[in-house]
Write a protein that binds this ligand. Structure first.
Ligand code: HSE
Length: 410
C-alpha cells in the first residue's frame, strides 16, 4: 500500500524511519500489506537523507496519484494543512495527522468529509504524543459514559513546573532550560500560555461528549504567573501545582472545561507525573478512574502513534473506523465561574485586614504557612464555592489577591 508523508520535520522523519525500521512486523500487522512510502512533501531538499529520492514539492502529485491510499500530515499549523487534508479526504484518501491545531479547529469538518467519502481521518498522535488515548476512549472505553477527563497535556510546562517544585528554580530559568533542551519553542507562547493544552482538551472533550468543543470557548490560563512562593504554599497544602486541561459533565448536562494551573493533592496519580511526561485521567461510569501515562511529545513516541494509525487505515481500506463527533450545541459550555471548586488564594492583605479576617471572609479551611513569607501576605485554602461567590467575598473584604487557583479532587 502506497503512502505519502506531508512535512519531513521531526515527526515526519520519525514516521518514515519507523516504517523502515519495523517494516516486517508493520506489514504483518497491516494484514500483509507492505507500507511503501511513495512521496514525502516538503519545501526543503534533504540531500543527505536516505529518503531524498522521495522528496517532492508539489502537493498535487499526491492528490492526483490514485495509488496513494493513505497520507500522513505532519506539517503542523492550520494552513495549508486544512486545505490539503480536506482535498485529500474529498479525493477518497484516508489521512492520519499529528496536528492538534488542525483537529481542534477543524475536526468536525474533516470528520464529516471522511464520513461522506467513506475514508478514515485518524489523529491518535494529536493528544499525548505516544500515549494511546484517542483509540482507548473511542474503543476500549466505549461502553462507558465518560464524566470527566483531566490531563497533564503539555510536556514543556510540566518540565518547567517540575523544575520549580523539585529544584526551586525560577520560572524564567526553567523556561530557558526547557528551550535549551529543545522542549520549548523559541516562542514558547503556545506551551506556557496553555494554548497547546487547550487544543488537546478540546479534542478529548469533543471525543468524549460527542460535540465539537472549539478552543475559543475554553477559559485558558498558562503558568507564567506561578511563583516559587505559590509552589511552596502548595506544598504546605499537601499539593503540587500542575497545568491541567479539565473537561467534565455537570449535573445539568453541560460541559465544564478549562485549562489552568491547579493544586493537585500529592496523593493523586497526576501529582507524580514529572518532567516532560504527560498523563490523562479518564473517569467513566463503569471503569471508574483510569490513567494513561507516557511520553507526550518527541520524534519516536509521536511517530509510534502516527504509524499505528496508518496501520489501522491499511486494515480498514474501504471501511470506516467509527470516530466521529457532531456540531457544537449552543449553550453547552458551562460558565466556569458558576461551578463550585475549592480555591487557593494568595495575596497581600490590605491595611486593617488580618489573615484571620480574610480567612473568615472567604470561608477558608486553612491558612497556609511558608518560611520567610512577606509580612503582609496571606495564602488560604477555601471551602468549595463558585468563583463568583469567592470574588464577591474578596471584593467585600477589600482583598485583591495576586493568585487564585482551583484545587482538584483527584
Ligand atoms: N509542545 C508540546 C509539549 C509538544 O510540550 O507537550 C507536544 O504536543
Amino acid at each position: 500500500m502506497n503512502i505519502a508523508i506531508m512535512g519531513f520535520g521531526v515527526v515526519g522523519s520519525g514516521v518514515a524511519e519507523l516504517i523502515e525500521k519495523n517494516h516486517a512486523n508493520i506489514t504483518k500487522r497491516s494484514m500483509q500489506q507492505s507500507l511503501e512510502i511513495k512521496y514525502i512533501l516538503d519545501l526543503r531538499e534533504f540531500p543527505d537523507s536516505p529518503f531524498r529520492d522521495k522528496i517532492i514539492h508539489d502537493f498535487n502529485q499526491i492528490l492526483n496519484d490514485d495509488s496513494v491510499a493513505v497520507v500522513v500530515e505532519t506539517m503542523g499549523g492550520l494552513h495549508p494543512a486544512f486545505e490539503f487534508v480536506s482535498a485529500l479526504l474529498q479525493a477518497g484518501k484516508s489521512v492520519v495527522t499529528s496536528n492538534k491545531e488542525l483537529v481542534a479547529a477543524k475536526g468536525y469538518e474533516l470528520l464529516t468529509i471522511a464520513r461522506e467519502k467513506n475514508v478514515n481521518f485518524l489523529f491518535e498522535a494529536s493528544v499525548g504524543g505516544g500515549i494511546p488515548i484517542i483509540r482507548p476512549i473511542s474503543q476500549c472505553l466505549a461502553a462507558n459514559e465518560i464524566n470527566e477527563i483531566a490531563g497533564i497535556l503539555n510536556g514543556t510546562t510540566n518540565f518547567i513546573l517540575t523544575k520549580m517544585i523539585t529544584e526551586n528554580m525560577e520560572f524564567d530559568a526553567a523556561l530557558k532550560m526547557a528551550q535549551e533542551l529543545g522542549y520549548a519553542e523559541k516562542d514558547p507562547t503556545a506551551d506556557v500560555d496553555g494554548f497547546d493544552a487547550c487544543r488537546k482538551i478540546c479534542i478529548l472533550a469533543s471525543l468524549c461528549f460527542g460535540h465539537h468543543v472549539y478552543p475559543d470557548s475554553v477559559p485558558t490560563e498558562g503558568i507564567r504567573k506561578i511563583s516559587l512562593r505559590d509552589v511552596a504554599y502548595a506544598a504546605d497544602a499537601g499539593a503540587v501545582i500542575k497545568l491541567l486541561g479539565v473537561a467534565r459533565k455537570t449535573e445539568s448536562d453541560k460541559i465544564c472545561i478549562f485549562v489552568s494551573p491547579c493544586l493537585v493533592q500529592k496523593s493523586s496519580q497526576l501529582a507524580s507525573v514529572d518532567d516532560v511526561f504527560n498523563a490523562i485521567l479518564v473517569r467513566g461510569d463503569a471503569i471508574g478512574d483510569v490513567v494513561f501515562y507516557g511520553r507526550g511529545a518527541g520524534k519516536w513516541p509521536t511517530a509510534s502513534a502516527v504509524v499505528a494509525d496508518v496501520i489501522d487505515c491499511a486494515k480498514h481500506l474501504g471501511k470506516r473506523k467509527v470516530l466521529d463527533w457532531d456540531v457544537p450545541v449552543e449553550g453547552e459550555i458551562a460558565d466556569i465561574s458558576e461551578i463550585p471548586f475549592a480555591f487557593y488564594v494568595r495575596g497581600a492583605l490590605p491595611a486593617g485586614l488580618s489573615a484571620e479576617a480574610a480567612a473568615n471572609a472567604v470561608g477558608a479551611e486553612k491558612i497556609l504557612q511558608i518560611p520567610n513569607a512577606p509580612a503582609n501576605e496571606v495564602a488560604l485554602l477555601t471551602k468549595k464555592q463558585t468563583e463568583t461567590a469567592l470574588r464577591a467575598s474578596l471584593a467585600q473584604a477589600g482583598f485583591a489577591p495576586d493568585s487564585i487557583l482551583r484545587v482538584t479532587e483527584y
